[in-house]
Design a binder for this molecule. Structure first.
Ligand code: NAD
Length: 343
């Protein structure tokens, strides 16, 4: 039985419409013919390149895509990308519209983020505990987070430090031991590579594990401090992990030793906060990764940009983002990086 013509792609301009039809011959090769408006061109061509050349007189790639054949998604997207001058903001939006038609929902989200990253002038990444779970560090709030039996708002607090130092000390001894031998995963490395390539200008993180620095990112702002430094809560003298593990008092004033992290009930470090704030304000793209956005005031940062916002997380948080990608941080970053390498 003779195979039917199918739409390979169609696009609408302000007044015009173009459709490229295709039909698979018995030898499995495709033949193509075009239709401008409702007038179908009888001429059949047997090469993809020639079929595209025949559309040369029409700027179809700047038009709104209507339909793309699933088997031709990549081919059509490549053709649009080659034609569009994406130095123009409107054309970046157009490329994203084509990506949405050319790929599956998840693929099109990945391609959209890659396109935005490539065309943004200033990108800030904001990360939370979900960025590090693939390195084996549990987060606080997901179902599998090991702190589900403990209230972090209490143990990681000024009250616990002042009134229940034994519990505070035990909690942070366990955390420090757990964080000593961890390594960044590929997602951390990709963010560091994007910084070198000029695709990312800053990483603001709520994580205290130091993994962004360990992966090679340089412009990192640790909004909640770091577990790799310790000091006396009273006189601020720096101390060592060994002294803390031995539960010693401060050698200078006898005060309580603690990690240099921000406890619930404390202010954020002014320098990291204002640097993160400034970066986010001047960003035209903010990518938020692996945070439940429940901890104040960091959860306000994504609203402080006029640029595009992206949320990569295992679960949706119902916030207002221009793009939400549900998935594991590392896996999503690897997928976006693969698309960027093909661009
Ligand atoms: P959170 O635990 O409240 O939220 C983590 C979010 O990440 C959740 O929404 C979860 O669904 C998501 N998530 C988990 N694994 C993921 C993955 N592989 N990919 C994508 N998303 C994933 O963490 P938070 O919002 O960062 O706030 C908690 C506070 O706890 C922060 O202040 C942080 O300092 C601290 N904390 C830090 C670490 C760390 O340094 N690694 C770990 C736990 C908690």
């Amino acid at each position: 039985m003779e195979k039917q013509w199918s739409t390979i792609f169609s696009a609408h301009g302000e007044k015009e419409k173009i459709t490229l039809f295709g039909k698979q011959e018995s030898d499995e090769n495709w033949v193509y013919r075009k239709s401008i408006g409702d007038i179908s061109d009888g001429e059949e061509v047997s090469s993809w390149e020639v079929a595209l050349q025949q559309l040369e007189d029409y700027p179809w790639y700047t038009w709104a895509p209507q339909e793309v054949h699933p088997a031709f998604g990549k081919k059509v997207y490549r053709a649009v990308k080659e034609k569009l001058n994406t130095d123009v903001e409107e054309n970046v939006n157009n490329l994203v519209s084509w990506a949405k038609r050319c790929f599956s929902e998840h693929e099109s989200e990945i391609v959209t983020l890659a396109v935005w990253l490539q065309h943004a002038k200033h990108t800030t990444v904001l990360t939370g505990a979900g960025m590090s779970t693939e390195s084996g560090i549990p987060d606080f709030r997901s179902k599998g987070g090991i702190w589900r039996d403990v209230d972090p708002q209490y143990v990681a607090s000024v009250d616990a430090l002042n009134d229940n130092y034994d519990m505070f000390h035990e909690f942070y001894t366990t955390r420090m031991n757990a964080l000593t031998d961890v390594n960044p995963h590929r997602g951390h490395e990709i963010l560091a590579e994007w910084e070198k390539e000029g695709l990312v200008q800053a990483v603001a993180t709520q994580n205290i594990d130091g993994l962004h620095f360990k992966a090679g990112s340089k412009n990192v702002f640790e909004l909640h401090g770091t577990i790799h430094r310790l000091h006396c809560d009273n006189c601020l003298k720096e101390t060592t992990m060994e002294q803390f593990f031995k539960k010693e008092a401060c050698s200078k004033c006898g005060g309580k030793l603690r990690p240099s992290i921000v406890l619930f009930g404390e202010m954020l470090p002014e320098d990291s906060w204002s640097a993160s704030f400034n970066h986010i304000q001047q960003s035209d793209l903010v990518v938020v990764i692996g945070t439940s956005l429940q901890v104040h005031p960091v959860n306000r940062l994504p609203e402080m940009t006029e640029g595009k916002t992206v949320y990569i997380n295992l679960e949706s948080n119902g916030g207002h983002f221009d793009l939400v990608i549900n998935g594991k941080a590392g896996e999503v970053l690897i997928q976006v990086d693969e698309v960027l390498k093909q661009m």
